[in-house]
Design a protein around this ligand. Structure first.
Ligand code: GAL
Length: 693
């Protein structure tokens, strides 16, 4: 009996389709039938399947008090028990249906297991919503007539039946494989799922710096001027992103420079590189008739156009090679560091329903339904390969994804813009191997800008997406006034706060890079719900506005209009990030929230490195570290050093720098490996940890 990674089991029924996430993106596992003593709360005999005219149905047992997390990038709810989840890619997820840019048919249960339905079909999960016929009969109480009418009592959901089930309907297929992931904890389940996906991605080091996406109408001079201004003002940015205007035609795409706005792209790239910027280009997958790629891919595309362009069949290997090869030869080789791959989702709520229809067919045999689910991740793999061909890492942005995405170095974003929902999405994304950025765009006012920025610097990608505004939001937050070039009152003071938080992001890079290494090696998500780290404390199970950032930071974002907020600190000692004041956990505290303060807490008993901020991450940047030891006891933290750029780490070319403090207070930093050092420990600081020696 073989296991792909320990504790992952496959259950096959009917005849599965050739196109599926596991078949496309890796994974593989032993059959559940062989498993013997699998530590799942139910056995394969408890799973029932049947086929209907609509497709396939699977039923799984469910405990009455079981809660479910995951299902991808969800904006509206955290615990999905008692809900129906419809796994359909949708770019305007405006209601709590389960639809999303990245709905993932994978969930994690508080009963200590996870389930992946290996399909690109629009699966629907009914998570304990309906008992089977007759299951309520035995529990029904004698009927009592009610004297008074209230809507509440009319609709109150009486869970009379104790036979809750999870019903899974997979349409348009005659079978599928299910993968079960063992716990015992939910974090174990998530780690296994991420390892099954190939391990989490490790971004290039520069990608952990700050990103600025420019105004869509920017030209070459505008781009250079703004880039120079940031350097002159000492505002740290690593990445400049160009939006649609860089292309000669962008809806659909030519993937060619716009000769009017960018007459000398080589010169532009040269000048930006000279200032150590990385350049990221916006595009989508739909190919304009005037694109060089058109003729090559005409016979390798779906049978309907989008925005007058081809929809290349990225499920086909040759098509991926042609599309990716073009990017490699024209852009990677010219120094482009990454792409924002837009519009690869679908929309039903947009009246023009701009994407390809579900009834489409593709030469590889996929239909439109399957392609909608698969396209985002196929597109990511195609673009990543263009960089892998040259032995370098990339990190980009994407608007859609699907199951087994953890290895893919792309961060999700949305055109929606509710800050509160963005944080819930951040909390949710870690359950399903996704990275998410609550990007900053134009804002209600300076307060909104600062509050959003504070959460962005504590997210997977510190991104300002200023594609609609020519001036930075700290110059003017109001869209119309920004377009008119009108500076807002107090802009200088706002700029100083913005700069402080962008610098904070730079200070966190070594710490956060280490979190990505754990994502890669152990599957542990860099950003996590409290329920993952503190599962035994039931109070964390409903918290969707706080999260763990890296190993030891608890972040509690503040939203516009809040002057204080409640923060739940799990049991144990904690330290205020800003003041180092010690606080006792196991309770909810109330934090005052001055505009310059975002409640962040450090766990006791940890080593926490903070870097001197740099303006950007260069190839030879060496970070000066101040290392803090918080609280008593032995502790250790592992930093990872490598070139931060290439794939050499996959061949073991990296160092570990292990920071420890023993029970007597002695500290050490021990490097293993022969790569050039990336970190220098300048100072040790102890807080409540005895004498440092
Ligand atoms: C949207 C995208 C925005 C911006 C815009 C440009 O689809 O979400 O971030 O890139 O396109 O047209």
């Amino acid at each position: 009996m073989n296991q792909f990674v320990s504790g992952v089991w496959r259950y096959c029924f009917g005849s599965a389709e050739d196109a599926s996430p596991v078949r496309f993106f890796g994974g593989g596992a032993a059959r559940l039938e062989d498993a013997g003593s699998v530590s799942l709360p139910f056995g394969y005999k408890d799973i029932t399947v049947r086929f209907t005219r609509r497709g396939s149905v699977v039923e799984l047992p469910m405990k009455n008090d079981e809660n479910f997390y995951g299902f991808g990038l969800q904006f509206f709810s955290l615990n999905h028990a008692g809900r129906r989840r419809f796994m359909k890619v949708n770019s305007d997820p405006s209601a709590d249906t389960g639809e999303s840019h990245a709905p993932i048919p994978f969930y994690v249960s508080t009963a200590g297991y996870g389930v992946l339905v290996d399909t690109f079909r629009y699966v629907t999960f009914y998570l304990g919503t309906n008992g089977a016929k007759g299951s309520s009969k035995v529990f029904a109480k004698p009927m009592k007539a009610h004297r008074e009418f209230s809507e509440q009592s009319l609709y109150a959901l009486k869970q009379a039946h104790n036979e809750r089930r999870v019903l899974i309907e997979i349409p348009n297929c005659e079978g599928a494989d299910l993968y079960f992931f063992e716990g015992p904890s939910m974090l174990d389940v998530v780690c296994r799922y991420n390892l099954f996906s190939g391990g989490g991605c490790i971004p290039p080091l520069w990608a952990l710096g700050n990103w600025y996406r420019l105004y869509g109408g920017a030209d070459q001079n505008f781009t250079l001027q703004l880039a120079e201004t940031f350097r002159r003002q000492g505002i740290p940015f690593d990445v400049i992103g160009l939006e649609p205007g860089w292309q000669s035609h962008s809806y659909s795409c030519t993937y060619q420079w716009n000769a009017f706005l960018f007459p000398e792209p080589d010169d532009l790239l040269h000048q930006l590189r000279r200032q150590n910027y990385h350049v990221n280009l916006w595009e989508h997958v739909f190919i304009h008739p005037h694109a060089e790629l058109y003729a090559k891919l005409e016979n390798r595309s779906g049978d309907y156009e989008v925005w007058g362009g081809l929809v290349p069949d990225l499920a086909d290997k040759k098509t991926r090679e042609l599309f990716g090869g073009y990017h490699r030869d024209h852009f990677v080789d010219n120094g482009i560091s990454g792409f924002k791959i837009d519009e690869c989702d679908n929309s039903d709520f947009n009246p023009s329903s701009w994407s390809f229809p579900e009834l489409s067919s593709f030469p590889s045999g996929l239909d439109g339904e399957q392609m909608h689910s698969a396209l985002g991740l196929l597109y990511q793999k195609t673009i990543e390969q263009a960089f892998r061909d040259r032995g370098i890492r990339t990190m980009g942005q994407v608007r859609s994804s699907w199951a087994l995405a953890a290895k893919s170095p792309f961060v999700l974003y949305s055109d929606l813009y509710d800050h509160r929902q963005f944080i819930r999405a951040l909390v949710n994304s870690g359950f399903s191997g996704l990275l998410w950025s609550p990007e900053v765009r134009s804002c209600e006012d300076a307060e909104d800008l600062i509050r959003r920025l504070q959460s962005v610097v504590f997210s997977s990608q510190s991104l300002l997406n200023c594609w609609r505004i020519p001036n930075p939001p700290w110059f003017q937050t109001d869209l119309a006034k920004n377009l008119a070039g009108e500076k807002m009152n107090g802009s200088d003071a706002v700029t100083a706060i913005v700069k402080k938080f962008l610098e904070l992001r730079m200070k966190l890079i070594p710490y956060f890079y280490a979190a990505f290494w754990r994502y890669h090696l152990e599957g542990r998500p860099p950003v996590r719900a409290l329920a993952l780290d503190y599962e035994n404390d039931g109070l964390t199970h409903t918290i969707d506005d706080q999260y763990m950032f890296g190993d030891s930071l608890l972040v509690a974002p503040v939203f516009r209009g809040q002057t204080s907020r409640e923060v739940f600190l799990p049991a144990g000692e904690w330290y205020d990030f800003w003041t180092h004041e010690r606080l006792s956990g196991g309770k909810t505290i109330v934090c005052k929230t001055d505009l310059e303060i975002l409640p962040v807490f450090i766990k006791s008993g940890v080593i926490f490195p903070l870097a001197e901020p740099v303006l950007c991450v260069k190839e030879d940047t060496v970070f000066d570290l101040t290392v803090f030891c918080f609280g008593g006891g032995e502790k250790r933290f592992t930093l990872y050093e490598d070139d931060g750029l290439s794939l050499a780490h996959e061949e073991g070319k990296y160092n570990t720098l292990v920071l420890t403090q023993d029970g007597n207070g002695s500290v050490s930093a021990v490097r293993t490996g022969t790569e050039p050092p990336r970190y220098v420990v300048r100072e040790w600081n102890g807080i409540d940890c005895g004498v440092l020696s």
